[in-house]
Design a protein around this ligand. Structure first.
Ligand code: ADP
Length: 450
């Protein structure tokens, strides 16, 4: 069922039920009130009759009842056997209205010959001392015909209002679903054209549909952004791989021509081919690392004490690094939920950079802060210019392409580091000032299992 039909149906059905309940209540209440008021009138007549009967010198019961004769009704006395003792009416057929004797006062609505009658009955003492029922019966056709009219009016207005509701529900459904249809057609177009088109937003920001549109637009922007980055990455990666391949193939041609006759060319070519292939190997390794960092969500993470992991990694690296590494830890044990190899990879990326780009002691600090563990890698190197900082974690971004190339950089390290931090539910940031060194801070949530 379409959304429009659902809106239309729910509005119509709900309001129709409410309307019917309201109309039925009005009718029943009005009918009861009308009958009650008629009965009260008859009861008051009965009270007057009883008062008159009690007064001395007013004549016989029949004479008193005669004075209260009803134009379209009947006054009668019923004995214990249910037989009528006295019937006073202008309409003889009314005498056939059946009734019975009651010990207490009671009221009723009777039907006779297709007509409706209101009846009240009160026990009184008759002239002969026996107890009889004084019954006053009044034709109520007029009142019931008014009630019938009211019923007709209520039924008619119910149908009229339900009809109006149907139209209103249909219009409302159209108004509500129009922007949705617009969204759907734009989305279909986007799907067909494989473009990243935005949905046109016209109304106020508070509108939920507008918010939906804005969310869609922002999703589209992110998708487009990620697609462009992907494209950029493929072109950067192929460019990066092409450079060493060009160098290698150049040297291979050189070797073909001069390799057998000029030994100095042979050495230079072999050295260059060796260093360029090492670079290519490093780059492909980083690309593989990147793929596994992307997959990290699928790897099992376990709560582990990261202090020995950090100290062990530093020990191993110390032997190969040109720079000293000094390290401190605040707590002696910090348990975080990590994938060990990825965490080591993250630490190595930061330490490698500090070793590559600085010539002084590298400082590593472990601290606890606000339920997080903070791993800081601090160097006294050249720092990162402020304008480069927003892009530093982007794929293949390098501040100084020449310097980075000389140090064997690919621009993938920090991107991988960021991915690993995020996949651990943490974050990575930096504090750096050109000429004053750089601090990279990784923050990961501390595990609840200690
Ligand atoms: P790369 O393989 O080029 O080092 P990274 O992603 O690790 O790639 O780093 C990106 C860029 O950030 C580097 O090219 C370098 O310019 C800069 N950078 C990273 N770490 C440091 C640091 N500790 N000091 C100065 N610059 C750095």
């Amino acid at each position: 069922m379409s959304l429009r039909t659902r809106i239309q149906l729910s509005i119509t059905v709900l309001l129709a039920i409410l309307l019917l309940i309201a109309n039925i209540t009005i009718y029943v209440m009005f009918k009861n009130a009308s009958i009650k008021s008629e009965q009260e009138l008859l009861q008051s007549t009965a009270r007057h009759i009883i008062e008159e009967l009690h007064k001395e010198g007013n004549g016989t019961t029949e004479e008193v009842l005669h004075t209260y004769l009803i134009s379209d009704g009947m006054i009668r006395l019923i004995d214990r056997k249910g037989e009528s003792d006295l019937n006073l009416t202008r309409e003889n057929s009314y005498k056939k209205i059946k009734t019975s004797f009651q010990n207490d006062q009671f009221e009723d609505v009777l039907t006779f010959n297709g007509s409706k009658f209101i009846m009240v009955s009160t026990p009184i003492i008759h002239d002969n001392g026996s107890i009889v029922n004084l019954q006053i019966i009044q034709n109520a056709d007029g009142m019931f015909s008014n009630l019938q009219d009211l019923k007709g009016v209520l039924i008619f207005t119910s149908f009229l209002v339900i009809g109006i509701l149907c139209i209103a529900g249909w219009l409302l459904g159209r108004v509500i679903t129009r922007p949705i249809h617009r969204f759907i057609s734009t989305m279909k177009m986007i799907e067909e054209e494989e473009s990243y088109q935005q949905i046109e937003i016209t109304k106020s920001e508070r509108d939920e549909l507008n918010q939906l549109g804005m969310t869609f637009n922002s999703m589209m922007r992110k998708l487009e952004d990620s697609y462009l980055k992907q494209e950029q990455f493929v072109s950067d990666a192929s460019h990066e791989l092409k450079t060493p391949l060009t160098v290698i193939s150049g040297y291979v041609s050189l070797l073909k021509r001069w390799g057998s006759t000029r030994p100095e060319v042979l050495k230079e070519a072999i050295d260059s081919i060796e260093s360029e292939s090492a670079r290519m190997k490093f780059m492909t390794e980083q690309l593989i690392q990147l793929a596994s960092a992307e997959k990290l969500g699928e790897f099992a993470k376990e709560p582990m004490d990261i202090v020995p992991i950090v100290s062990g990694t530093i020990e191993r690296l110390r032997r190969t690094y040109k720079n000293e590494i000094a390290w401190t830890t605040d707590p002696k044990r910090i348990v975080a939920e990590i994938h060990e190899q990825s965490f080591i990879q993250l630490l190595v990326i930061l330490l490698d950079n500090a070793n590559k780009y600085s010539n002084d002691v590298i400082q590593v600090e472990l601290q606890e802060h606000d339920g997080n563990v903070r791993l800081s890698v601090i160097d006294n190197g050249p720092g990162i210019p402020e304008e480069a900082q927003p892009y530093i974690f982007d794929r293949m971004y390098r501040v100084d392409k020449n310097r980075s190339r000389k140090t064997g950089g690919t621009g993938l390290g920090l991107f991988i580091a960021k991915r690993i931090s995020e996949r651990h539910g943490g974050s990575i940031s930096l504090i750096s000032k050109e000429g004053h060194g750089t601090t990279f801070i990784v923050s990961l949530p501390i595990s609840e299992v200690q």
